[in-house]
Design a protein around this ligand. Structure first.
Ligand code: PMP
Length: 301
């Protein structure tokens, strides 16, 4: 198991900076028993100029607020203060290239009633930029994404990730790198923790919003494509269309933009290096470290 903290690691816990090793939470929390929590996955990078920059912090903390609202969880924090607290956590832990994990969790409550209080923790650990440059071997999962009529799937809620864990574990047990899940109608939806794009004749396609978590990286990819003059279409499609594609990739805060080698052992038509997807990947790499200023994307997309 990975080690996320040591005796020196500091976290932000309900307004204070405390040692992770000394922090406590209630074992009677509704979040632990029922997966009733909301969270974010954010990254910070050491930029070209050597500064520490959180990528799209406003978008992430606004989504955290919206996730809490969707789950009827009280949310007494504001985005600006949480961003300041996050920079402070990074500073206190002396990390620049980081993964940042804010979690909003519930108090002790064994009933299903709404709470009058929520808690927040912001954890961070070191994560190298572009962990996986290796192309992925993906399999279509036997699991489907949760039905939007059963869950508020646009929210990043803890309990939804039981589905992600099952799908990812199944893929790895079968010797693949990652899973690809369909929605309840058999349309391609997303990966366990990333959105999906495919490329055909220089154009990109991605599942439309509705049955997916509409990712911040997905929105960034769409913006990059506009800038690079690459056409993007959002639509519903089945696995057969994907198998006949020239290339495909996952995108997400942790995954960044990562190409696929194959889907269900069927290789894609084009060499990754000859795809427009690869130029999107390169543009994303530059954007996160602020290497190309003309690719700056306005907030709120
Ligand atoms: N889909 C799911 C299910 C996810 O967990 C994530 C990661 N948050 C994404 C898509 C990608 O979202 P983002 O680009 O905002 O990280």
């Amino acid at each position: 198991m990975a080690s996320y903290y040591n005796d020196e690691t500091v976290i932000f816990l309900n307004g204070s900076f405390v040692k992770a090793a000394d922090a406590k939470m209630d074992f009677y929390s509704q979040s632990l028993h029922y997966g009733y929590s909301v969270f974010e996955g954010i990254r910070s990078y050491k930029t070209e100029k050597g500064e520490t920059k959180i990528f799209k912090p406003v978008e992430h903390y606004e989504r955290l607020k919206n996730s809490a609202k969707a789950m009827n969880m009280p949310y007494p924090w504001n985005t600006e203060d949480l961003i300041t607290a996050t920079y402070e956590v990074l500073k206190r832990n002396n990390i620049q290239d980081a993964y940042i994990r804010p979690v909003v969790y519930a108090p002790a409550n064994m009933s299903f009633a709404v709470n009058t209080q929520s808690f927040i923790v912001i954890e961070t650990w070191e994560m190298a930029p572009f962990l996986g440059d290796k192309l992925l071997r993906v399999m279509t999962s036997s699991f489907q994404r949760p039905n939007p009529k059963g869950f508020k799937i646009e929210a990043k809620a803890g309990g939804h990730y039981v589905n992600s864990i099952l799908a990812s574990q199944e893929a790895k047990a079968k010797g693949f790198d990652e899973a690809l899940l369909t929605d309840m109608n058999g349309n391609i939806a997303e990966g366990p923790g990333a959105n999906v794009f495919f490329e055909k004749e220089g154009k990109l396609f991605t599942p439309s919003a509705g049955n997916i978590l509409p990712g911040i990286t997905r929105a960034t990819v769409i913006q990059i494509c506009k800038k690079l003059g690459i056409e993007v279409e959002e639509k519903l499609f089945k696995a057969e269309e994907l198998i006949n594609a020239d290339a495909a990739f996952f995108c997400g805060t942790a995954a960044e933009v990562i190409g696929w080698e194959s889907l269900d052992n069927m290789k894609f038509k084009k060499d990754w290096n000859d795809t427009v997807s690869k130029s999107v990947q390169e543009a994303y790499k530059n954007l996160i470290i602020e290497k190309e200023f003309d690719l700056q994307i306005p907030p709120g997309i």
